[in-house]
Design a protein around this ligand. Structure first.
Ligand code: CP
Length: 314
């Protein structure tokens, strides 16, 4: 049985990792562990419906949410910008209002910063942010932190490099907000043109030991976690600028040889050329495991939002 602390997620929206405490993460990790261990006893969301609204492409987030909802006994309805009446000019506000009539919880991915916060203010049902512009991707962070904790047995004390597109990568910001609940050292490795947006991390700079650099090689021998990100071509206004930074960091065999014995490589995926396929069989490569954990961390989140005590008696 899960040792339950107060369920702070019940009927609550999740639009930003800034709203999560260390205790919230620990509750999610605990429930996720139980879901993975007892894989058929959690039919706690029977009769509940998840509404998925994806206005940007997705493979992992959307399908892991659907899979997660099914895993805890619920069902899903889904729409996108292509399939919905937004094609006829219907507003996002009306789309959210209508889908909240048919669902118990909504998941929204949208190209605009602030879209999930906006949706949470008009929806009658909880909203989960599945990616809002370049701003945040909170459920990715839950699975990232769960993976780090699971694969390295701790988070406190780790040396973590976040590598690649730190300017446009929304997973980066949510991850930094999440890591600010822990005692970690973070190296922000990017090309000059893709440095972290300083104003977006202003309030967590005091909580995290942060070092910015363009040189992964200077730190690689000492890292516990290398969190690699894709350079986000679709967010560049000028595609020439993209081609200047494409391929800046490639985690190939020459990099792998420099890693500490137990260090892990993560990536929110999708990847392009930043991690070649031949690295997938390396003992350090944990990014597919990370994607798999996403199903269970999302099932934990959905179950906690939809049921006050659903996991307590299992
Ligand atoms: N990591 C992630 O958000 O992947 P998708 O874009 O495929 O959902």
């Amino acid at each position: 049985m899960i040792k339950m602390i107060y369920n702070t997620f019940f009927q609550r929206s999740l639009t930003s990792v800034r709203d999560l405490t260390r205790q919230d993460f620990e509750l999610l990790f605990d429930v996720t562990d139980k879901l993975i261990q007892h894989n058929s006893n959690y039919n706690i969301c029977s009769g509940k419906t998840l509404g998925c609204i994806f206005f940007e492409p997705s493979t992992r987030t959307r399908l892991s949410f659907e899979s997660a909802m099914s895993y805890i006994g619920g069902n899903t309805l889904a729409t996108s910008n292509i399939l919905s009446s937004t094609q006829k000019g219907e507003s996002l506000a009306d789309t959210i209002k209508i889908i909240s009539l048919y669902s118990d919880v909504l998941v929204l991915r949208h190209p605009l910063d602030g879209s999930s916060k906006f949706a949470s203010e008009i929806s009658t049902k909880p909203i989960i942010n599945a990616g809002s512009g370049t701003e945040e991707h909170p459920t990715q962070t839950i699975q990232d932190l769960y993976t780090i904790n699971k694969e390295t047995k701790k988070i406190d004390g780790l040396k973590i490099a976040i590598v690649g597109d730190l300017k446009y990568g929304r997973t980066v910001y949510s991850l930094l907000y999440g890591l600010s609940s822990y005692d970690v050292t973070v190296y922000l490795i990017s090309p000059e043109a893709l440095r972290i947006r300083s104003d977006s991390i202003y309030d967590i700079k005091k909580k995290l030991q942060l070092t910015e650099s363009t040189e992964l090689n200077d730190y690689i021998h000492d890292l516990d976690v290398i969190y690699v990100t894709r350079i986000q071509k679709e967010r560049f206004q000028d595609k020439e600028e993209y081609f200047k930074v494409r391929g800046s960091y490639v985690i190939d065999n020459s990099v792998i040889k420099k890693l500490k014995k137990n260090s892990i490589i993560l990536h929110p995926l999708p990847r392009l050329d930043e991690i070649p396929n031949n690295i997938d069989t390396s003992k350090h490569a944990k990014y597919f495991k990370q994607a798999e954990y996403g199903k269970y961390t999302r099932a934990a989140l959905l179950g906690l939002i939809l049921t006050k005590n659903g996991f307590e008696h299992k």
